[in-house]
Design a protein around this ligand. Structure first.
Ligand code: AP5
Length: 215
């Protein structure tokens, strides 16, 4: 099965993907995580992506699609159950994903849309903390770690993402509304779109997603 997780920044795509991965044994592919790893390792791709990510702009389609295509084909992942988090983000990326999968007689099965209100998004992003070592997600109020600043899972240091500041969040929202929201219709036309109320707590969102995927 192939699932794409759609929704504005901070709607909870990464959080849901982490829980679904544990419950259903899916492979989680997050373009945001991959690009941040490239930035951390100061690769050519990372250097190129940095200027876009820090401003809250989208990395060019061509770069991101090539990244996904390589990951799916060269690592032999394409036949597995996969959750795409943060990809596709434009109409071109959505069409490219359909093309890559259809060349192997596969398709996207569900597009889960995490619908969240702006006030919830802002609180979630400004309070988010991420483990520098394993990438686990926390929130200073909603999902605090047991020890301040330390990851429960691996004792790594928690940090605040550079793009989680109010100015960049505003730009990320504008970019989302302009470039990503229109692809909801792309999946609706294919009868694959399922809407989840992402204002609810993580356990409720997970339950609703499992209901769809197991149903
Ligand atoms: P990316 O990392 O994908 O960022 P995003 O889409 O902005 O999404 P976020 O990671 O900010 O939020 P999320 O929905 O995963 O929420 P989370 O689960 O963390 O992309 C970053 C950048 O990379 C982009 O701006 C772009 O530049 C580039 N990029 C990436 N993919 C690209 C692509 N395909 N094309 C071009 N460029 C691309 O949750 C947020 C917080 O809320 C956490 O603290 C969490 O603990 C908390 N929380 C989550 N769910 C709940 C809940 N239900 N109840 C209470 N708290 C919750």
């Amino acid at each position: 099965m192939k699932i794409v997780l759609l929704g504005p920044p901070g709607a909870g795509k990464g959080t849901l993907a982490g829980s679904l991965k544990d419950k259903l044994n899916f492979i989680h592919i997050s373009t945001g995580d991959i690009l941040r790893e490239e930035m951390k390792n100061n690769t050519h791709l990372g250097q190129e992506a940095k200027s876009y990510i820090e401003k809250g702009e989208l990395v060019p389609d061509e770069l991101v699609t090539r990244l996904i295509e390589n990951k799916l084909l060269s690592n032999g992942l394409i036949g597995k159950d996969i959750m795409f988090d943060g990809f596709p983000r434009t109409q071109n990326q959505a069409e490219d994903l359909d093309r890559i999968l259809s060349e192997k007689n596969m398709c996207v099965d569900y597009a889960l849309y995490l619908k969240a209100s702006l006030s919830v998004i802002i609180k979630r992003l400004t309070g988010r903390r991420v483990c520098r070592n394993c990438g686990a997600l926390y929130h200073i109020i909603n999902m605090p770690p047991k020890k301040d600043g330390i990851c429960d899972k691996c004792s790594g240091e928690l940090y605040q993402r550079a793009d989680d500041n109010e100015e960049t969040i505003k730009n990320r929202m504008d970019v989302y509304n302009q470039s990503t929201a229109p692809i909801l219709e792309f999946y609706e036309k294919q009868n694959k779109l399922k809407v989840l109320n992402a204002d609810e707590g993580a356990a409720e969102v997970l339950k609703a997603a499992l209901g769809i995927l197991n149903g």
